[in-house]
Design a protein around this ligand. Structure first.
Ligand code: NAP
Length: 303
């Protein structure tokens, strides 16, 4: 069975190259004839890992190709994912599986609701990759991938294919708790690095602000039925800040490079969830307002 990979950016290329390298049948779906021509000129995807670069001549196609899709790996940004799937929706076989690699929450639920005939598998990844150039990706950080189906059900048989491809994976029976925990860590750390214009470690000078945000995030997680994601949140926030003290957060880097952030699926999702639970969380809302103002002043989208 083929793996169709939608989105040949950093994470999509990292998955596609490893799967293809292990002999799986992979097809990349690119958004336009122009991107397909660019890809063909590049001769395929290049992955650099451990200072070694290798070209993978993986076949690529446009969304309107004819082959039915049985297993779709969606590796677009959260704000592009639903629209990108809509372009291939007529090709989705009944009972197909859609793996969603997006950070944050909100995009996955919208997709699962819109295509109920598909089994949506949510993925939380701590692997790191970045685009060195068009269709050239660098594997920057080893990590783990947790996969799970929020509606339950058994682990898919193809998890073994991921093992053979060297893609670390763990099947999670509570993938929403994992995604909420990651979202909460992001909400406590990333917006503050943007607003204080600093590396993660410098946030230790703003402990009171961190602590106030963690208090509200814990309240949100507990009220939203995610007590596991709330457990010792503040302790983990501090541990992450210390372990990554010299790093600039992903949101900081996006803003600095003038790229759209995924704010609507991170802090925005937290604020919307608080509203729908009837919780008053003033610090989170103030942070959201302040961050959107900051983005807007830089001409960046605020959603
Ligand atoms: P990225 O490098 O920007 O890649 C996104 C890709 O999606 C781009 O190649 C883009 O195409 C493609 N795309 C957008 N709309 C499309 C469409 N309609 N049809 C086909 N392709 C389309 O982003 P990323 O860093 O891989 O991140 C993807 C997701 O993974 C994000 O939610 C991110 O937060 C999450 N994540 C990333 C990492 C990481 O280390 N990179 C780690 C954990 C989680 P173009 O090339 O044509 O623009």
């Amino acid at each position: 069975m083929s793996w169709h990979v939608l989105g040949a950016g950093a994470l999509g290329s990292l998955w596609a190259a490893r799967l293809a390298g292990a002999g799986a049948t992979v097809r990349i779906i690119l958004r336009s004839a122009q991107r397909l021509a660019d890809y063909q000129r590049a001769g395929g995807l290049t992955l650099t890992a451990d200072d070694l670069s290798r070209l993978y001549a993986i076949p690529a196609e446009l969304p309107d190709a004819s082959e039915p899709i049985q297993r779709l790996l969606v590796a677009c940004k959260a704000y592009d994912a639903e629209g990108a799937i809509a372009q291939v929706a007529s090709r989705l076989s009944s009972g197909c599986e859609i793996l969603l690699l997006q950070n944050g929450l909100g995009s996955q639920q919208a997709i699962a609701e819109r295509w109920p005939q598909a089994r949506c598998i949510f993925v939380s990844s701590t692997e790191g990759a970045y685009r060195e150039d068009d269709f050239h990706v660098v594997f920057a950080g080893r990590g783990q991938n947790w996969l799970g189906d929020p509606n339950g059900g058994s682990a898919p048989v193809w998890l073994d294919e991921l093992n053979r491809a060297g893609i670390p994976q763990t099947w999670s029976s509570d993938i929403l708790a994992r995604l909420w925990r990651k979202l909460a860590l992001n909400c406590a750390i990333n917006p503050l690095t943007v607003l204080h214009d600093c590396r993660n470690g410098e946030l230790l000078q703003h402990r009171e602000q961190l602590s106030g945000l963690c208090e509200e995030l814990v309240e949100l997680l507990e009220a939203g039925g995610q007590p596991a994601a709330a457990s010792d949140l503040q302790g983990e926030v501090l541990r992450v800040i210390e372990a990554t003290a010299a790093n600039y957060s992903s949101m900081y880097q996006d803003v600095r490079l003038g790229r759209r952030t995924e704010i609507a699926y991170l802090l925005g999702h937290a604020c919307r969830s608080a509203d729908s639970l009837g919780l008053a969380l003033p610090r989170l809302h103030e942070l959201h307002r302040h961050l959107r103002e900051h983005l807007s002043q830089r001409g960046l989208p605020t959603d």
